[in-house]
Design a protein around this ligand. Sequence first.
Ligand code: GLN
Length: 217
Amino acid sequence: MRIGVLAVQGAFAEHETRLRALSVEAVQVRLSQHLQRLDGLIIPGGESTTIGKLARRWGLIDPIRDFARSGRPLWGTCAGLILMAKDVIDGEVDHPLLALMDVTVRRNAFGRQVDSFEAELNAPPLGEEPFHAVFIRAPVIERVGGGVDVLARLEDGTVVAAQQGNMLVTAFHPELTADDRFHRYFLSLCDPSVGETSRRDAVISKQPVRSEGRPSP
Ligand code: GLN
């Protein structure tokens, strides 16, 4: 399996390390040609304004949109989530960049006082064991559209991970902790030997993914 990691700014090296530890070929993506022959793409955390500007300058926006629309899995962590969202609440990102996923995110949602923290998440698709998550000036998902499944929440119910078909988003940084279950979950979506139907529904545990709004078709 070959997984690309958008390597313009931010925590791309940590994702590459994690992928290699899982015996997956990791490819740095800086040019649209690098998207060829990938089974999935990760947009890492970092600074969404910087990643967005560089990705635009390097002509990557439409190729990444086409990549996702072709059905290949795309995973945005933190800043990557901001770039993938259809609606962004905040001053600096004046309009959504990739506008692929039907969610509304609020940038820097935890404010200055608690700009970084760690929390145990309830993430049913990963099994019963809580997922220890690191949040760094993280966004939150304030609205999920029909067809978007909620994968994880903070204790107070705040949505911090979601999936819409082949697209996965997490507000935290799974590449910074030892628990590799989110990476394995993403890889289960990318496995080309898995058919389109099971790819959409792939879950590691047998627990159903909770959904909000209209159920996915
Ligand atoms: N606060 C950053 C932004 O708005 C995201 C932080 C992160 O990716 N850890 O782009």
